[in-house]
Design a protein around this ligand. Structure first.
Ligand code: GLC
Length: 380
């Protein structure tokens, strides 16, 4: 682990920025040279596990500085001069106009648990509250949230979205053209994603916890209530009772593709222990579905879309492993959690801190200076 850590600290140093008075870390100097919302939340968690609480806070402060007046937190803030990733967002602001999985309250909860810094929570709570309120009104029909663009999912090319395009197995180039069409409004996209909603549920708990921590007991109760109603709707609308797993919803229909997102309700801690055990036994540890040499592939091996090398279409991502690891720990399934941790570590030690990995042979894919793969330091 020591050699490893040294290499990672060098990547961190290279990717840290201080621009216009804000300190943050870019996901990759080579490919992603700005600030991204959920990346920064992961970065914050990684900093905490490395004992760098001040950096953890800076990531959050910098992200919140990009919040819109209506409460939205954009998924990208263009701080820096690169020409990459510039598309027409229909805004005069220096940000994107869509969001990403709402991990920020969880990151702040972790900061508070580690530092006991109530002032920090007090400083950021109003903005967080405004964001989760915005999600409910701008991304909710009832309680579950929908996303309006594949980029909001954080899982850009997941085959779950193929359904909306009406095309099986599109190339990367075709996928890009669909995404631009959605931005222009010529293709309609409205999906209730399992990952997005699981992350949201877990973060509603964090909001309740943070509200209590600063003495806002009514707020805390309100968040508990929203959690309960959202969880009920999640079960009612996303569960496929036959398969015993949750699927994304489009126009009231399940999109029945098995992806690693079926394990995200573990992170939301919304399953009964028997359900969790069955999910692990039947799906996670099944070598014909998800238990490859370098698990967990984003898409199940038996799906038409499974390609172990491809971006979000069967490759392995450390943030997804981290979610599953944390979920397993919630249920005290420590043996399998440890096995997943070991395999994640062996993947990174074999190939370095890549953006993603081939789930069969462990080869690194995407840039090799990718920060959130450092989440292995928080698998404990
Ligand atoms: C890609 C990923 C997204 C991530 C971004 C920056 O777009 O799909 O989840 O936030 O890169 O790392």
């Amino acid at each position: 682990m020591k050699e490893f850590l040294k290499a990672f600290l060098e990547i961190l140093k290279k990717n840290q920025r201080e621009i216009e008075g804000y300190k943050f870390t870019v996901p990759s100097s080579k490919v992603y040279p700005f600030q991204w919302l959920w990346d920064s939340c992961f970065h914050s968690i990684i900093y905490l596990s490395l004992g760098e609480a001040e950096w953890a806070k800076e990531e959050i402060v910098s992200i919140l500085a990009g919040q819109w007046e209506n409460g939205m937190i954009p998924h990208m803030i263009y701080r820096g001069s690169s020409k990459k990733h510039h598309v027409k967002w229909n805004t005069t602001k220096n940000t994107s106009s869509i969001t990403q999985p709402p991990m920020i309250a969880y990151a702040v909860e972790r900061i508070y648990r580690k530092t006991d810094d109530k002032n920090f929570v007090e400083k950021v709570f109003k903005q967080l509250d405004k964001y989760y309120g915005w999600l409910r009104t701008a991304r909710g029909d009832k309680y579950l949230l929908y996303i309006k663009h594949p980029w909001e999912s954080g899982q850009d090319d997941l085959p779950v979205w193929d359904h909306i395009y009406g095309k099986k197995d599109p190339s990367r180039k075709t996928l890009k053209s669909y995404k631009i069409k959605i931005l222009r409004g010529s293709l309609h996209f409205k999906v209730k994603s399992v990952l997005f909603n699981s992350v949201y549920l877990r973060n509603l708990r964090s909001m309740s916890f943070l509200a209590s921590a600063i003495g806002l007991s009514e707020k805390a109760l309100a968040y508990d209530q929203i959690y309960k109603l959202t969880e009920e709707e999640f079960r009612k609308d996303l569960l496929d009772p036959e398969a015993g797993i949750f699927f994304a919803l489009n126009e009231n229909k399940h999109i029945k593709i098995k992806t690693a997102n079926i394990f995200l309700p573990l992170f939301a801690k919304m399953l009964k222990i028997e359900e969790a055990e069955q999910l692990i036994e039947k799906y996670l540890l099944n070598e014909n579905l998800f238990w490859t040499k370098y698990p967990v592939p984003t898409v199940s091996i038996d799906e038409y879309a499974f390609q172990p090398n491809r971006y979000w279409r069967g490759s392995t991502w450390i943030n997804i492993n981290w979610f599953i690891y944390k979920g397993l720990k919630e249920y005290h399934l420590n043996g399998i959690a440890e096995e997943l941790r070991q395999r994640s570590i062996s993947l990174v030690s074999k190939s370095g801190f890549h953006e993603y990995y081939n789930s069969i042979n462990g080869m690194g894919r995407g840039p090799d200076d990718f920060v959130w793969s450092g989440l292995i330091f928080d698998m404990n």
